[in-house]
Every structure is written in structure tokens, then in C-alpha cells.
Design a protein around this ligand. Structure first.
Ligand code: HEM
Length: 87
């Protein structure tokens, strides 16, 4: 449920950028894309370009018609939030 979802700032997202542990953000939602990598019709290499970062723009420029929210619903990790201030 929504209670188990995390609030994820960019610095945490960045820590998940490898083939074995890849997260990416689309439209404010962070997904674990690791399991989907071998199934991506555009190839793993293309998808890995957004590992560890916000892929919203790249996604929109390649296939805005694909419903990522529906496709990756079971891979949802949490929500992208801004970096907590250090003060
Ligand atoms: C193709 C899903 C991220 C590049 C596709 C297709 C799907 C898909 C369903 C087939 C679309 C069609 O034939 O109409 C996804 C999902 C993504 C994702 C769920 C997010 C997790 C990305 C990103 C890029 C990318 C970030 C670029 C860096 C491509 C390309 C194709 C493609 C170039 C065309 C492949 C071809 O037809 O030869 N993707 N994609 N995708 N995707 Fe993605």
C-alpha cells in the first residue's frame, strides 16, 4: 500500500544506477526497473541511460504514448522528492 512507499530524493535515486540495481523516476514516481531491463523493446542500453536519475524527459521524447505508470505499477518504489535541506 501507499504507506510502504518511500520518499526518495535525487541523492538516493543516484545510488541505484547499476544493471543489478537500477531505479529511475518517471513523472514523479520512482520505479525499480531492474527486472524490466531485459524486456524493454528499445533495449537494455537505452533504458540504462536513465538508471539512477529522472527519466521523464527522455521517456517523453522517445515514446510519450507508452503508459509507464500502468506497465511498471508493480515496480513502484516511491515518490521523487526534493533534497532535504541540511540546516
Ligand atoms: C520502445 C517501454 C524507457 C527508448 C519501447 C516500447 C515500449 C517501451 C513498450 C515499444 C513501443 C512501441 O513499439 O510503440 C518503456 C518503458 C520505459 C522505457 C516502460 C521506462 C521504464 C525508455 C527510455 C528510452 C527508451 C528512457 C530512451 C533512453 C526506446 C526506444 C524504443 C523504445 C528507442 C524503440 C525501439 C524500436 O522500436 O526499435 N519502450 N521504455 N525507452 N524505447 Fe522504451
Amino acid at each position: 500500500g501507499v504507506d510502504s512507499l518511500m520518499r526518495i530524493p535525487p541523492s538516493v535515486l543516484k545510488q541505484h544506477k547499476t544493471r543489478d540495481d537500477a531505479w529511475s523516476a518517471f513523472n514523479g514516481k520512482v520505479y525499480n526497473i531492474t527486472a524490466y531491463l531485459p524486456f524493454h523493446p528499445g533495449g537494455e542500453k537505452e533504458l540504462m541511460r536513465v538508471a539512477g536519475r529522472d527519466g521523464t524527459k527522455l521517456f517523453a521524447s522517445t515514446h510519450a504514448w507508452v503508459n509507464v505508470e500502468f506497465m511498471l505499477d508493480s515496480c513502484l518504489v516511491g515518490f521523487l522528492v526534493s533534497e532535504p535541506s541540511s540546516s
